[in-house]
Ligand binder design. Structure first.
Ligand SMILES: Nc1nc2c(ncn2[C@@H]2O[C@H](COP(=O)(O)OP(=O)(O)OP(=O)(O)O)[C@@H](O)[C@H]2O)c(=O)[nH]1
Ligand SMILES: [Zn+2]
Length: 366
């Protein structure tokens, strides 16, 4: 080390020692009484060989303890925690803070999985974005997915409920944000009613998977470890987009899904401006002159000068644009695939805006 004496060396900041495995967090949301607690109970009592922590994100008054007791059944009270027979834990986090979860992990040791139930009227997007902000700070947690439980009998009614001007329908928002929906209480409806609800869910969120259950009995492998926010599921995205090209019914004024595919490559800067105009500045308008309002964004994009695919993930105003591990194959056409779920969206307008940024240089280099 010869130059050591001359200039002060830049000392790399000691990386916070991070666990090799990050713990998945699944957010469970859904309208009042849809069957969220029933789902939690079911997951906790099923064989899963995981140490699962259940966290109830209660806002306002409401008795969280009462709720946790409802979740536990076979629980033993431990501080504000309920410890279940199979090693699961249950608690309530009133201040909705991630710090609280991290403190809990320090006190109680590591879990393998965290289920976070938000109250019926909460915006799951607000909770979801906390995890991103925190992930930047080196959190031990990652967001695995958002599950929305829907009441088969009353779900449709909740969706069409008129809201005062400018207010968003909470039930529709919860579906817009969902990676998976569970239509529960199918014992209370006939096939026609079920079909109508299914169509309504699809018309809001064209990407979402739908399960149908009684007493929230699900196959655990279909609800845990979804990896919805990973940068890996681009094959699935392409598949879904293909499916969506066929039929897309939509109910005017409501939340809907728009998708488009554009070949070529876009510069990262231009893309950021496009996304920020859409999500932050809200400069894009539909044909009626109403500003587009995006709740969920997803996409695979080809960035100029990059060999690897980039993935867009967004919840409300917060978004991430990250390079994936997957390179574009030689000679493979580079196709940008984008999905936006929200209000007042017009896919053609967005596609035109996007097209204006794209260059069709073969290798995406300029
Ligand atoms: N008929 C029928 N009832 C169900 C089913 N699943 C749950 N329930 C009942 O629906 C009621 C509400 O279920 P919960 O699991 O407490 O619903 P929740 O979404 O946690 O409710 P909140 O926390 O109050 O928003 C309970 O009385 C359940 O027993 C089902 O598949 N069929
Ligand atoms: Zn609890």
């Amino acid at each position: 080390m010869d130059e050591e004496d001359d200039c002060p060396e830049l000392v790399p900041i000691e990386e916070k020692t991070r666990p090799t495995v990050q713990i998945p967090v699944t957010i469970i949301t859904g309208y009042l009484g849809a069957g969220k607690t029933t789902l939690l109970n079911y997951i906790l009592t099923e064989q899963h060989n995981k140490r699962i922590a259940v966290i109830l994100n209660e806002f306002g008054e409401g008795s969280a303890l009462e709720k946790s007791l409802a979740v536990s059944q076979a629980g033993e009270l431990y501080e504000e925690w309920l410890e279940l027979r199979n090693g699961c834990l249950c608690c309530s986090v009133k201040d909705n803070g991630l710090k609280a979860i991290e403190n809990l992990m320090e006190k109680k040791g590591k879990f393998d999985y965290i289920l976070l139930e938000t109250t019926g009227l909460a915006d799951p997007g607000a909770v979801a974005t906390m995890f991103w902000v925190d992930a930047e700070l080196g959190s031990d947690l990652y967001l695995d997915g958002i599950i929305t439980v829907i009441d088969a009998k009353y779900g449709l009614q909740h969706l069409v409920e008129e809201k005062p001007e400018g207010l968003i329908n909470e039930a529709a928002r919860q579906i817009a944000l969902a990676d998976l929906t569970i239509i529960n209480k199918t014992d209370l409806v006939n096939e026609t009613e079920l079909g109508q609800l299914r169509d309504a869910v699809r018309s809001i969120n064209g990407l979402v998977r739908i399960l149908e259950t009684q007493r929230s009995r699900v196959d655990l492998s279909q609800v845990l470890d979804l990896h919805s926010f990973d940068t890996k599921d681009d094959a699935r995205l392409a598949e879904t987009l293909q499916l969506m090209k066929t039929t897309q019914p939509h109910l005017d004024k409501n939340i809907l899904t728009v998708t488009f595919e554009v070949p070529g490559s876009v510069s990262e800067d231009d893309l950021n401006v496009f996304i920020q105009n859409l999500l932050w500045e809200k400069t894009f308008k539909n044909r009626e002159g109403l500003a587009m309002n995006v709740i969920r964004s997803k996409g695979v994009v080809s960035l100029q000068g990059r060999q690897k695919r980039a993935m867009l993930q967004g919840v409300h105003e917060l978004y991430e644009l990250e390079e994936t591990l997957e390179a574009w194959a030689d000679g493979e056409p580079r196709i940008n695939r984008l999905v936006f779920i929200g209000r007042n969206l017009d896919g053609d307008v967005l596609k035109d805006e996007f097209l204006s940024l794209v260059s069709n240089e073969e290798d995406g280099m300029e």
